[in-house]
Design a protein around this ligand. Structure first.
Ligand code: NDP
Length: 313
């Protein structure tokens, strides 16, 4: 019997784990690596919470190893971005930005999500050098230090509370007085003695310096009070931008059922979407956990679901 083709769109922990499992199941696997091969972990430094690495591992190295592991069983990487996914009577046609067309019997969606950023001066320069978009990933590096969290939703409250485990103080900077965060999360932050609030305040700029080691370091943040437009330069050790995530689901808008925030809806505890033959895993369908290990686990589930679905065809 001819081997089935599985197209995997996305190459973070979800996509590459799906590739590993599908390739080991003797499926013909093509991974479309997209604009950021390796996904969000390639823009982090040290990953200390991925099981199996006692002393941690650099994000880019972890993704490189995952890719090689999948390739050892025959998975192939295509360094292109899928711009169209079209169901056929049987299977799917995937078109890349270069106009190449690929056929797949089943498709695994693993395009991930992207943290929303403020877009202010100094943000991209000091990202990873004092600025982070993930407290679970980087909070540990700010032990006994003073940090800010930008945002007024549940993520900001959760990250602020989490950071108080390590940090000396956490200041939540929010652009207005009302919060999007649920009452319980907000109360928890308000009752935490290490957390204080700066309301009606926005970040105008991140400032920093280059250390004698040659490394950059963010050292202060310029804040603007939106009521009187006054500016202040606040010295700070770290800044966590927590203004939400954006699932990368543009490709499947109008094809797959998405929730109000744009995440792909999967059925029950499975990775099945509303379109038979398309499975979704990783951050593209997970607004809650968003961890490398949970993404990898759901990638495994997607490969098993796809394999079993193909067997029934
Ligand atoms: P939200 O969209 O709920 O909140 C984003 C926050 O960031 C808002 O306060 C918003 O301000 C602010 N913001 C957005 N853009 C900017 C900007 N450019 N400058 C300054 N501030 C900005 O996103 P979350 O990630 O917090 O939550 C997403 C979903 O995930 C929610 O449904 C939430 O309930 C859920 N979640 C649940 C958790 C839990 O239950 N444990 C934990 C984390 C998330 P403004 O309000 O003025 O628009």
């Amino acid at each position: 019997m001819a081997r089935h083709n599985v197209g995997i769109i996305g190459s973070g922990p979800a996509g590459l784990t799906a590739a590993l499992y599908a390739a080991r199941a003797n499926l013909h696997v093509t991974v479309f690596e997209g604009q950021q091969p390796g996904g969000q972990l390639t823009i982090t430094t040290e990953v200390e919470n991925y099981p199996g690495f006692e002393h941690g591992i650099q994000g880019p190295e972890l993704m490189d190893v995952m890719r090689k592991q999948a390739q050892r069983f025959g998975a192939q990487s295509v360094y292109e971005t899928v711009v169209r996914l079209k169901p056929q009577t049987q299977g799917f046609i995937l078109t890349t930005e270069r106009g190449s067309e690929y056929y797949a019997d089943a498709v695994i969606i693993a395009m991930g999500a992207s943290a929303k950023l403020l877009g202010v001066k100094g943000e991209s320069e000091y990202m990873g050098y004092g600025i982070s978009a993930c407290a679970t990933c980087d909070g540990f590096f700010f032990r006994d230090q003073h940090v800010i969290v930008v945002g007024g939703g549940d993520t900001a409250m959760e990250e602020a509370n989490y950071l108080t485990r390590f940090c000396a103080s956490v200041t939540i900077v929010h652009r207005r007085e009302e919060f999007r965060a649920s009452k319980i999360m907000l109360d928890r932050a308000r009752n935490n003695p290490k957390i204080s609030f700066l309301l009606n305040t926005v970040v105008e700029e991140f400032r920093g310096e280059t250390l004698s080691t040659g490394l950059k370091k963010m050292t202060s943040v310029v804040l603007r009070n939106v009521l009187d437009n006054s500016l202040r330069d606040m010295p700070i050790d770290g800044a966590f931008v927590a203004i939400g995530h954006q699932p990368n689901t543009k490709l499947v808008e109008g094809l797959l059922d998405l929730d109000a925030q744009g995440y792909v809806i999967t059925k029950g505890k499975s990775t099945y979407t509303n379109v038979p033959g398309i499975f979704a895993c990783g951050d593209v369908q997970d607004a809650v956990y968003r961890q490398a290990v949970t993404a990898a686990a759901s990638g495994c589930m997607a490969a098993i679901d796809a394999e079993r679905w193909l067997e029934t065809r």
